[in-house]
Write a protein that binds this ligand. Structure first.
Ligand SMILES: [Mg+2]
Length: 248
């Protein structure tokens, strides 16, 4: 496989490009090499702990000079989809992303409850969200993750929040992040003609996403899913570091 023939290189963040807030070994070299080669590089993530400006800042701190418009998060997708609606967001990163994209936020008379990653989630917020859901609000989540690696520690993912609210409200959340069609469609609008290669570490969120989008898929074993038996990918790498030899 001639990897150099691809025009767009798209990376997942957690477990693929970084283990927040540090880059995975090889990511910086890969990014710089691709830019040097004139390739278009994009990032697609269900990460909502920070907004996209926050991601740009972390990138800069790690030597990656990327722009906000190279990044699509499920929080950004929420702001595209919920244009004109009032939202109760769970999580500061999500809240900030929505506000920066012109979405009204509040905790009364809202059209939708949207779950993001919230390390300050508490009983009070859960009670508020439940009330809104029972009153008829739409219900969305930006991720379904069970676990997240935060500063080398395994912590609960966004699944902790939305699944609890599903249980209590009896309502099912609509998934906005990968591998949803909302994410595929938002990304496709940012891609002009060209061949696309996609890198991710999750069998479901990433490989299913690549398949739906029709991208050439690369599974990296640097993240949460180590078992490759169930993975359907075009290529498997131990980590992005192994991509360097394809780019020589
Ligand atoms: Mg990942």
């Amino acid at each position: 496989m001639n990897i150099k023939k691809f025009d767009y290189f798209i990376f997942d963040l957690d477990g693929t490009f970084w283990n927040y807030p540090s880059l995975i070994e090889g990511s910086e070299e890969v990014y710089k090499r691709l830019i040097e080669m004139g390739k278009k590089v994009l990032f697609v993530s269900n990460f909502t702990y920070l907004d996209r400006d926050g991601i740009v800042k972390i990138f800069k701190r790690n030597g990656i000079d990327a722009e906000k418009n190279q990044i699509i998060t499920s929080g950004y997708v929420a702001s595209v989809l919920l244009k004109g609606k009032k939202v109760f967001p769970i999580g500061d990163g999500l809240k900030s992303e929505l506000k920066k994209n012109g979405i009204k936020v509040g905790d009364e008379d809202v059209d939708a409850v949207v779950v993001g990653h919230d390390v300050n989630y508490n009983y009070k917020k859960a009670t508020k969200a439940l009330k809104l859901l029972l009153e008829g609000s739409e219900f969305y989540t930006t991720a379904i993750g069970r676990v997240w690696i935060f500063k080398d520690e395994i912590v609960p993912g966004t699944g902790l929040i939305f699944s609890g609210l599903e249980f209590c409200s009896g309502k099912k959340a609509i998934m906005l992040g990968k591998p949803s069609n909302f994410m595929v469609e938002t990304l496709k609008k940012m891609i002009n003609d060209g061949k696309v290669i996609y890198f991710g570490d999750e069998a479901y969120a990433d490989m299913e996403f690549a398949k739906k989008a029709g991208f050439y898929s690369v599974f990296v074993r640097s993240g949460v899913d180590k078992n490759i038996k169930k993975v359907k990918a075009n290529l498997v790498l131990d980590s992005l570091k192994d991509l360097l030899k394809f780019l020589e």
